[in-house]
Design a protein around this ligand. Structure first.
Ligand code: PMP
Length: 408
């Protein structure tokens, strides 16, 4: 993105134009949740002002309009990830719910004692805990891909580790290390062993082009709120043939065909997995966010972030006592940069940055096993998105020098 583009783009995000603690806000926490452009906020408001009505039920104008917009959003999301059909898009609340849906529905129906699920040690808790719960219910076992010194998956023993594995569930981009994992290669080798592949796309779908057919995976989970859309809406994409074999997750209205007092039959996918009134406005606004991202271009967004990342890695290396976790080059790496600063607690680092108007996150970032691997309780994380600028990296580095002086 050129300087001209980025100045115009930043104006689209009303929240960025404010002071925090007397300084212009530098928002470096998009890995947790992104900011929203004006058109997404307007889209939500327009729904409630002009055509708010429940979907799929009413035989009246407003309900038809809401249903049309809701289903059109499903189509936009399908095209965004190159799904074969919009019937493969299940609207859920977030990545966490998408993964729980697969664990409950596919997992309970298909796994037996002794079956194996292959994860990695860099997984977010939402791609770990549902599998632990499934393992406890079924007697299945969890296996873990290790990482190397650069924070990349170590795949040397992948084929051996795949023995007896029914499902590989892996993140495409680590929310702590920034590592981008070779999902297509893992999927190819997993399929050769008869395993299905679920990809946690929470940190990849917002930041790079993701094509489910090119990756040749089976499930993809992601959240709207990390890609310029509202909270409360997320997506499970699944191969249609697999989704059609899966039993319902939640029971209730909208997911049925015929209901008797003792038994019911279920709707086709995706309705089978969308019990109850969905997040209508949020889904429509997700469609708007997808349009927004596609008009800019996912290639350009990822190139912009890589440029910022390269600059940040270079500038951060100037800060004495600072250690970055994860790859130290921009190769196969996204813009989440977690670090520790010698002698300063990660939360104190974040507090000093906040006093300078810089928003970052400190803690375990829902990846406790990964932090245990490094034998640290917490890191501070700065993360970039399409609206960030090099000047914010400069401010981050200056504030880190200040933190060292204050605590050093
Ligand atoms: N996986 C990864 C890699 C994430 O970064 C996150 C969000 N921090 C999640 C899953 C969970 O997303 P959500 O809280 O929206 O369900």
């Amino acid at each position: 993105l050129s300087l001209f583009d980025i100045v115009a783009l930043r104006r689209e995000f009303p929240i960025l134009n404010q002071s925090v603690n007397g300084k212009t806000l530098a928002f470096l926490d998009s890995a947790a949740s992104s900011q929203k452009p004006r058109r997404v906020i307007d889209c939500l408001e327009e729904y409630y002002r002009r055509y708010n009505a429940n979907v799929h039920r009413g035989i009246y104008r407003l309900s038809e309009e809401a249903t049309f917009a809701f289903e059109r959003a499903r189509g936009k999301v399908a095209r965004f990830i190159n799904a074969r059909s919009q019937r493969e898009i299940v609207f859920v609340r977030n990545t966490t719910e998408a993964i729980n849906l697969v664990a409950r529905s596919w997992g309970d129906a298909n796994l037996r004692a002794g079956d194996r699920i292959l994860l990695s040690i860099m997984e977010h808790h939402s791609n770990l805990v549902p599998w632990q719960m499934l393992a406890q219910r079924t007697g299945a076992q969890l296996e873990f891909l290790p990482i190397d010194g650069e924070g990349r998956l170590a795949l040397d023993h992948l084929d051996a580790q795949l023995a007896g594995v029914r499902l590989v569930a892996i993140t495409q981009q680590s929310n702590v290390l920034g590592t981008i994992n070779p999902v297509a290669e893992i999927a190819r080798r997993a399929h050769a062993c008869g395993a299905l592949v679920l990809v946690d796309g929470a940190q990849s779908v917002p930041h790079m082009p993701v094509d489910v057919q090119a990756l040749d995976i089976d499930f993809l989970a992601f959240s709207g709120h990390k890609m310029c859309a509202p909270t409360g809406i997320g997506v499970l994409w699944g191969r249609r043939a697999i989704l059609e074999q899966m039993p319902p997750f939640l029971g209730g209205g909208s997911m049925i065909r015929v209901v008797g007092l003792h038994e019911s039959t279920y709707a086709d996918v995706p309705a089978r997995f969308e019990a109850g009134t969905p997040a209508i406005a949020e889904a429509i606004a997700l469609g708007e966010a997808v349009d927004f991202l596609q008009e800019i271009g996912m290639d350009r967004i990822s190139a912009h972030e890589r440029e910022l990342l390269g600059y940040a890695l270079e500038r951060l290396s100037e800060v004495e006592g600072l250690r970055v976790y994860g790859p130290t080059t921009t190769e196969m790496r996204g813009g989440a940069v977690s670090f520790t600063l010698d002698g300063v607690h990660p939360h104190d680092v974040a507090a000093v940055l906040d006093s300078e108007g810089i928003a970052v996150r400190a803690g375990h970032h829902c990846a406790q096993p990964l932090h245990a691997h490094y034998d640290i309780p917490a890191t501070t994380r700065a993360s970039f998105y399409l609206y960030n600028i090099p000047e914010e990296v400069d401010r981050l580095v200056a504030a880190l020098h200040k933190a060292r002086t204050l605590f050093g």
